[in-house]
Design a protein around this ligand. Structure first.
Ligand SMILES: [Zn+2]
Length: 415
């Protein structure tokens, strides 16, 4: 890896095609979750290219440069179960899979990237055997302490062999968001294939490229998200490993996701019609065409121009603007649109983990929401803009005092 921290990929990680076209260029950016302490502001902050390639052969959309997963994930502090919406989603997930795959008390479910055990907890309640795998050491230790045994390692063939020896083969392997995160996907699939029994099922859930395009989720482009997924490229990918997608479901997680069920080719499970239907729909939407992504990139550019014009006007009128919410994706938006402390005085964030820190790249201070009533800003700029409605509702008091909201994407609007 260049500087030991990142590396350029010259081929498609799904079909190995070498002829890739760059479609989106978001410049050079720090890791979106690399919030800084006051002391760290004085040090050198690592920046990495943030560009997206399109593979015209299999249709896969992926980052051109990969940042070392160790740098991105080893010290991860994101704990899934802090969000009640996610907890409910994964309870439903476990119940649905339990029924669909016909699991029982003898079944083993292994979750890759299990975080604090948010999916394994409900599986455990249903009475199946469970095992978590997550390289984030702190979170893995905590999960194990709470009764969800979690191995603090990356999932590879070596680990798969050790699991087989100790626990036997798996009936189900789940990987949620992992396929969007992991650059070296081959090793992960080989390991999963090894660990699954002959009728075993790999289930992956990832944000869906169709929602990404239709809802303008360009700010979910950051270094942790190396792949932007749809069914057709996934079919090609699993083909290389003699595996078959036999069913697909849509879920509303992360603004629109797909849950993909994969079997070994020799398994007797029937391939459902849903798979072909998804592929047809993707084709109709132009997902396999370069032009679709070039058009998308142009829309981001226009968004940037319009938003900066609006913010400049408000600042020149002496208005005070603050940010609301410090999600990772907010940093793609701030860095690419070049919105810093010249525009936003500060950003408020509910999560105590981030309060007292500064945003990567733009170095905007992150503070407690209490600050709003103390400083009385004129405008609140909603960074978690896809949750704009519930946020505005929550902040009715601010509005009743005469405050207004800026929703920045897809076209900037004032409410
Ligand atoms: Zn490809």
């Amino acid at each position: 890896m260049k500087n030991g921290l990142y590396k350029k990929f010259a081929h498609c990680r799904f079909c190995l095609n070498k002829n890739l076209k760059q479609v989106i260029d978001l410049g050079s950016q720090p890791a979106a979750n690399a919030f800084l302490t006051k002391k760290q502001l004085k040090g050198k902050e690592p920046f990495f290219p943030l560009k997206v390639n399109f593979c015209s052969k299999c249709g896969q959309l992926q980052l051109t440069h990969i940042v070392s997963p160790d740098y991105l994930f080893r010290n991860y502090v994101y704990v899934s179960s802090t969000s009640p919406v996610f907890v409910a989603h994964f309870e439903q997930y476990a119940k649905s899979v339990y029924k669909k795959i016909k699991l029982d008390s003898e079944s083993l479910v292994v979750d890759i990237g299990s975080n604090d055990g948010i999916l394994l907890k409900p599986f455990k309640k249903l009475g199946v055997k469970i095992l978590g795998i997550d390289p984030a050491r702190k979170i893995a230790k905590e999960a194990t302490k709470n009764g969800i045994l979690t191995i603090p390692e990356y999932f590879d063939q070596g680990l798969a062999n050790r699991i087989i020896k100790k626990w036997g083969f798996a009936d189900v392997i789940t990987a949620n968001n992992v396929f969007a995160h992991v650059p070296y996907i081959d090793e992960l699939i080989l390991a999963a294939k090894k660990l699954l029994n002959s009728e075993g099922v790999l289930i992956i859930e990832v944000p869906y490229l169709v929602d990404f395009l239709q809802k303008n989720l360009f700010d979910t482009i950051y270094h942790e998200h190396v792949s932007y997924l749809s069914i057709r490229p996934l079919v090609t990918l699993f083909n290389r490993f003699n595996m078959t997608i036999f069913d697909v479901e849509e879920t509303d997680s992360h603004g629109g996701s797909i849950r993909v069920f994969v079997k070994k080719n020799k398994s007797k499970r029937k391939v459902k019609e849903t798979v072909e239907n998804f592929i047809k729909n993707e084709k109709a939407l132009g997902l396999g065409k370069l032009h679709t992504y070039q058009k998308f990139a142009k829309k981001i550019e226009q968004n940037k121009i319009d938003l900066n014009k609006l913010l400049k006007k408000l600042r020149s009128q002496g208005k005070n603007i603050i940010g609301y919410g410090a999600p990772a994706k907010g940093n793609t938006l701030l860095n690419y649109f070049n919105i810093g402390t010249q525009v936003l005085d500060y950003i408020v964030e509910d999560s105590q983990y981030k309060q007292g820190l500064f945003t990567p790249g733009m170095h905007i201070p992150v503070v407690s929401p209490k600050e709003i009533s103390e400083t009385n800003p004129d405008f609140i700029f909603i960074l978690a803009w896809n949750f704009a409605k519930p946020i505005m509702k929550k902040l009715e008091q601010f509005k009743s005092r005469g405050g207004r909201f800026i929703v920045p994407v897809p076209t900037p609007k004032i409410y």
